[in-house]
Design a protein around this ligand. Structure first.
Ligand code: AP5
Length: 207
């Protein structure tokens, strides 16, 4: 299977589509956001460091996340492909990644500003990692996977969202040009339903 990078603004749907890709193709879903949030929950040194950046809508320093991802990619389950969600996020991270991996395709999840705001403001998550949107929950407040109460991510507060979107424009959007230059960028319009968007992505990956 391929080594895949998922690009896209906060809330575009990277995590949702990465989980579907991982399940469909039997490859690991490696999300730096999930790894950092797990460390915050467990109160590790990494978690303490990451929290201040995440709460401010800023990026955790490159050297920290590059180390995390390099370690994760050296694990046995990453030998036959993986989907990277939320990494790289800066040109320096992309260059570091190129030193330890050969990326086959970068899928850029494209949605407009209004869709981003709607997806972030309606997101509900569970400690088990499941993600939902209020539009499809039908008023339910618990997780259909593990039954626990759903909650709103701390960084989905409006003031933090604004900072995250600014950070994305400044530091992450240049990666679109980086992967276009490498000849491996594919834009996917992701304004349909989750299933419709996934069909488009499967077409790209099965080509
Ligand atoms: P991270 O967790 O990576 O956050 P993000 O990039 O801001 O992305 P999100 O998780 O918010 O959104 P998503 O695109 O995955 O959307 P989702 O699928 O959930 O990072 C968080 C923080 O960690 C960063 O701000 C930074 O501080 C730090 N960090 C992480 N990686 C780092 C790195 N490499 N370097 C430095 N710092 C790093 O979907 C959103 C909602 O929309 C959900 O409710 C979902 O159900 C819904 N939805 C999705 N698709 C559809 C659809 N087609 N129709 C309707 N609803 C949909």
């Amino acid at each position: 299977m391929k080594n895949i990078v998922m690009l896209g603004a906060p809330g575009a749907g990277k995590g949702t589509q990465s989980a579907l890709i991982a399940k469909e193709y039997g490859i690991p879903h490696i999300s730096t956001g999930d790894i950092l949030r797990r460390n915050i929950k467990e109160g590790t040194e990494l978690g303490k460091l990451a929290k201040s950046y995440i709460d401010a809508g800023a990026l955790v320093p490159d050297e920290v996340v590059i180390g995390i991802v390099a370690d994760r990619l050296s694990e046995a389950d990453a030998k036959n492909g993986y989907v990277l969600d939320g990494f790289p996020r800066t040109i320096a991270q992309a260059e570091a990644l190129d030193k330890v991996a050969k990326i086959d395709v970068a899928i850029n999840i494209v949605v407009g500003f209004d869709v981003i705001v709607n997806r972030l403001s309606g997101r509900r998550v569970c400690v088990c990692g499941a993600t939902y949107h209020t539009s499809t929950l039908g008023g339910r407040t618990t997780c259909s996977v593990c039954g626990k109460e759903l909650f709103i991510r701390d960084d989905d507060k409006p003031e933090t969202v604004k900072a995250r979107l600014e950070t994305y424009e400044k530091q992450t959007a240049p990666l679109i040009g980086y992967y276009a230059n490498a000849g491996i960028l594919v834009d996917v319009d992701a304004t349909g339903t989750i299933e419709q968007d996934f069909e488009k992505i499967k077409k790209v990956l099965n080509d």
